[in-house]
Design a protein around this ligand. Structure first.
Ligand code: SF4
Ligand code: SF4
Length: 218
């Protein structure tokens, strides 16, 4: 294996995260000409429905989990700089607020990297922690071995997220290739709920999901 690839993989293996994976940047994507591969990092966390309240959950995600993942991103960035590899850390901000889309989909990069599937709640669902994960994506200009893709949908007949959603915006449909976000969720109703909470995210469809560890009852 190429020396640069080998040492990058060693760094990724040393991170205090749940998993990492690699996918290719689609040819149709605007980043394709500068970056050929995407590294997905996934940090897991626990949060029980019994402990849920919107403000605490929001603060927990924003202040605890985001900062923890930032330190892993920093380690990878330092390494890429040292090795002289061009990279770009994908923003978590929505580039187009009207359409509620970011500049590069963290979720789809993670799915293509074999890290999980898209749940009925339109979130990435991982086998180990369900949707209780925080994602980061780093695009790199270096040929990397692509991870094996997951080709199943583990939601089955579960519909806990569909039933708990206070705005009824989740469509009860299982994931398959080619489905668009709009086929699964009315994201604008979800955003309305967010705004009515003074900026606090709702996240009930995430907290209720039974997938992951001992909570996986389905
Ligand atoms: S975050 Fe809340 S409002 Fe939005 S889809 Fe999930 S349960 Fe529904
Ligand atoms: S709560 Fe059930 S249907 Fe919703 S994402 Fe989790 S497993 Fe899938």
């Amino acid at each position: 294996m190429d020396k640069k690839v080998d040492s990058l993989i060693k760094i990724l293996d040393s991170l205090a995260i749940y998993k990492w994976g690699i996918s290719s940047v689609p040819k149709s994507n605007k980043f394709y000409h500068d970056y050929s591969y995407a590294i997905s990092l996934i940090l897991n966390y626990d949060y029980d429905l019994e402990d849920y309240n919107p403000r605490d959950f929001h603060d927990f995600l924003i202040f605890n989990i985001r900062d923890e993942l930032k330190s892993s991103i920093g380690i990878v960035e330092d390494h890429l700089k040292e090795e002289g590899i061009d990279y770009y850390v994908v923003s978590n901000m929505q580039k187009d607020k009207k359409l509620a889309i970011g500049e590069y989909s963290h979720k789809m990069a993670a799915v293509r990297a074999g890290l999980g599937w898209i749940g009925k709640n339109a979130l990435l669902i991982t086998k180990g922690y369900g949707p209780r994960v925080r994602l980061a994506t780093i695009l790199v200009n270096l040929d990397l071995p692509v991870s094996k893709k997951v080709d199943y949908d583990g939601c089955g007949s579960c519909n806990l997220c569909v039933n708990i959603c206070p705005t009824n915006c989740i469509v009860d449909v299982n994931w398959s290739n080619g489905l668009k976000r709009e086929d699964k969720i009315n994201i604008f109703n979800c955003i309305d709920k967010n705004e009515s909470r003074e900026g606090h995210i709702c996240g009930l469809c995430l907290v209720v999901c039974p997938v992951g560890g001992e909570k996986w009852l389905i």
